[in-house]
Ligand binder design. Structure first.
Ligand SMILES: Cc1cc2nc3c(=O)[nH]c(=O)nc-3n(C[C@H](O)[C@H](O)[C@H](O)COP(=O)(O)OP(=O)(O)OC[C@H]3O[C@@H](n4cnc5c(N)ncnc54)[C@H](O)[C@@H]3O)c2cc1C
Length: 331
């Protein structure tokens, strides 16, 4: 156990902080990819006061922290993550008003898909598209998750958060810079505690039909093997998967990482894939698609943890786009 982990654990015990703390915990156990080396300290919290307590403690002891939801959009380095990783499982829901619809305040660690399913059943419309997205409300806000024409931005009203200075704040949706799979929270250390969603009263039958249709679509197009969903953002109204398919890469494999034969924008883990295998496939895809189509694919999944700086830069960087843009025959 590192000194840092020991010191955090001792202090947490003295302060009576709740949460399940695990030392040198393999993150592969906590990500949808089933990939990722150990976190020095991994803490699962179910109460907001514990989440705030651990965050305050980490800040005070100058330990780096990373808050995650269900790890469904992450590729964690084989070397793992230093500092403390906090899995947010705070999932309370409360309804605030009832006028033409309803305002729901939900804690960020609750499952987005369960919320969507539950609200649809109760005749509250607006989140049906989210059934089947496997992450939390917090992770979905960070990425402005979306599917089948819906997205978080359409229903979100405001969030409560602990900002990167450790100050509790409320922010309106207009301040969140929500865009296509992005928000102001990307790559910074604010922690979303809860979110208000405005939903509208609709026929529960109609909503359950919409839910069923989204589920059917997912069953048809979504690979069954472990993954983190779509690896690349769709560039400018086109499908990233089509570019990858046209580059002849469907089914290609490095180690146990494979470009899914079912959906080319998924890289799946066939069993023992390492983060470095997935990263190598990401580089292959980006290079080939760039060579063939002159399009530089941007990552939708997030690489986190202890990556070698060169490997990280080569995987997510822009590999001299400016010069190649000028020379590329198809541009
Ligand atoms: C099979 C499959 C299908 C998917 N389909 C879709 C889809 O249709 N549409 C779509 O948009 N995505 C999809 N995804 C991707 C993923 O599920 C979403 O991006 C999801 O919203 C991530 O939530 P999470 O809780 O797992 O976040 P994580 O992966 O745990 O974290 C993602 C980011 O959010 C941050 N974060 C998480 N919680 C908080 C918080 N409370 N405060 C601050 N930061 C936080 C993390 O630090 C990290 O930076 C899919 C993934 C899989 C595996």
């Amino acid at each position: 156990m590192t000194e840092m982990a020991l010191s955090l654990l001792t202090q947490a015990e003295e302060e009576g902080l709740g949460g399940r703390a695990l030392v040198d915990e393999p993150l592969a156990r906590h990500t949808s990819y089933r990939i990722g080396g150990p976190a020095d300290l991994y803490v699962v919290v179910r109460r907001e006061e514990d989440l705030l307590g651990w965050l305050t403690l980490a800040r005070r002891q100058r330990v780096s922290y990373f808050v995650m939801g269900r790890g469904t959009n992450l590729l964690v380095a084989d070397q793992g993550m230093r500092g403390v990783v906090i899995e947010n499982r705070c999932r309370g829901v409360r309804s605030l008003t009832r006028s033409e619809g309803i305002l729901l305040q939900v804690q960020a660690g609750g499952s987005l898909s369960s919320l969507a399913r539950r609200t649809a059943k109760e005749g509250l419309g607006g989140l049906e598209w989210a059934v089947g997205i496997p992450g939390t409300v917090g992770g979905a806000i960070v990425n402005n998750a979306g599917a089948y024409g819906g997205s978080i931005a359409q229903r979100l009203q405001r969030v409560t958060l602990l900002d990167n200075q450790g100050v509790l704040r409320r922010m309106a949706v207009s301040e969140l810079e929500l865009g296509y799979r992005t928000s102001r929270f990307k790559g910074e250390s604010s922690v979303i505690l809860s979110a208000d969603f405005a939903l509208q009263a609709e026929s529960a039958d109609l909503l359950s039909e919409r839910v069923a249709s989204c589920e059917r679509e997912r069953r048809k197009s979504q690979p069954k093997e472990p993954s983190a969903g779509s690896v690349f953002k769709n560039p400018g109204g086109e499908y990233a998967g089509r570019f990858i398919e046209k580059a002849g890469l469907k089914g290609d494999r490095i180690g146990d990482a494979q470009i899914s034969p079912l959906h080319a924008n998924y890289i799946v883990n066939l069993g023992q894939a390492r983060a470095s295998d997935v990263a190598a496939l990401v580089r292959l895809v980006r290079e080939r698609v760039w060579q063939k189509h002159g399009t530089l694919l941007e990552l939708e999944i997030e690489l986190v943890g202890d990556w070698e700086p060169e490997e990280l830069a080569a995987t997510i960087g822009s590999f001299g786009q400016d010069e190649e843009c000028r020379d590329h025959p198809q541009l």
